[in-house]
Design a binder for this molecule. Structure first.
Ligand SMILES: [Zn+2]
Length: 254
């Protein structure tokens, strides 16, 4: 167990992220927040497909971030428009989704139906939605991904934990926009359903990362030594995962 101040700090950061990542309510501009120890001031990144990311030092208050976005909204809009001119928009609905972690490709068929839902048979996913617009379809694709992830990630996490002698009390699978996983002081490991879209080595690293927090509830030197024992190339994987948000498809982050 780490000292309690560090535990609290870790928890705070987790809660804080939870507070701001619920960006699903209709708002004029959708953006996501990523915390980074590497930045001292708030930073805005606009991506070619129109995604907006705010990079913030840990524990920046949500109100400060909102004010910062409001202050720069004109610049953000201008930059997005410039990108839109040179790059065709990403298709609204995906034709297929590659579950890279499972070596599986799922074809998707979208159908307009007043009764929303989804069903899956032999690699074909059928999404029934009120319209073929992204906002009607995306949440259903997200629900399907969550369902698939709940079928595999908890078992995988338990197996990985058993192999290194660490056992989480509970495992939650959620779809999160800014984090691959988290671990709380009460022994709950939370995993992002979007891990199914990543290669196996990256998924393994996230599991090891969170499981090692069961022993060290911080990012201390001893914590990283434990991670490194199980995943020697963790730095490279960590960096790749950190940048992976930039290429998230719109059905996932929309
Ligand atoms: Zn961590």
């Amino acid at each position: 167990m780490g000292n309690s101040t560090e535990q609290q700090a870790h928890e705070e950061q987790i809660n804080w992220l939870d507070d701001v990542e619920q960006g699903d309510a209709p708002q004029p501009l959708a953006w996501r927040v990523r915390t980074s120890h590497r930045v001292r001031n708030l930073k805005i990144q606009v991506f070619p497909h129109g995604g907006v990311e705010i990079v913030a030092p840990p524990r920046t208050r949500p109100r400060i971030i909102e004010a910062f976005v409001a202050e720069h909204s004109e610049w953000i809009t201008k930059t997005r428009n410039q990108f839109a001119k040179v790059r065709p928009p990403e298709p609204t609905l995906p034709e297929r989704i590659e579950l890279i972690a499972l070596d599986e490709t799922v074809q998707i068929h979208f159908a307009v139906n007043s009764k929303a839902g989804f069903s899956e048979t032999e690699g074909l996913l059928t999404i029934r939605a009120a319209s073929l617009q992204g906002p009607d379809c995306w949440p259903l694709v997200q629900n399907w991904l969550k369902k698939r992830a709940k079928q595999v990630l908890p078992d995988l996490c338990m197996q990985t934990g058993a192999a290194i002698g660490l056992r989480p009390k509970r495992i939650h699978v959620r779809l999160q926009k800014t984090r691959w996983g988290s671990c709380s002081a009460n022994g709950t490991v939370s995993l992002n359903a979007a891990l199914l879209l990543r290669p196996k080595a990256q998924v393994h690293y996230v599991l090891i990362h969170e499981l090692c927090h069961l022993r060290h509830m911080n990012h201390s030197k001893r914590y990283w030594q434990l991670v490194e024992k199980h995943v020697p190339n963790w730095k490279e994987l960590d960096k790749t995962l950190d940048q992976a948000w930039q290429t998230s498809p719109n059905w996932l982050i929309g």
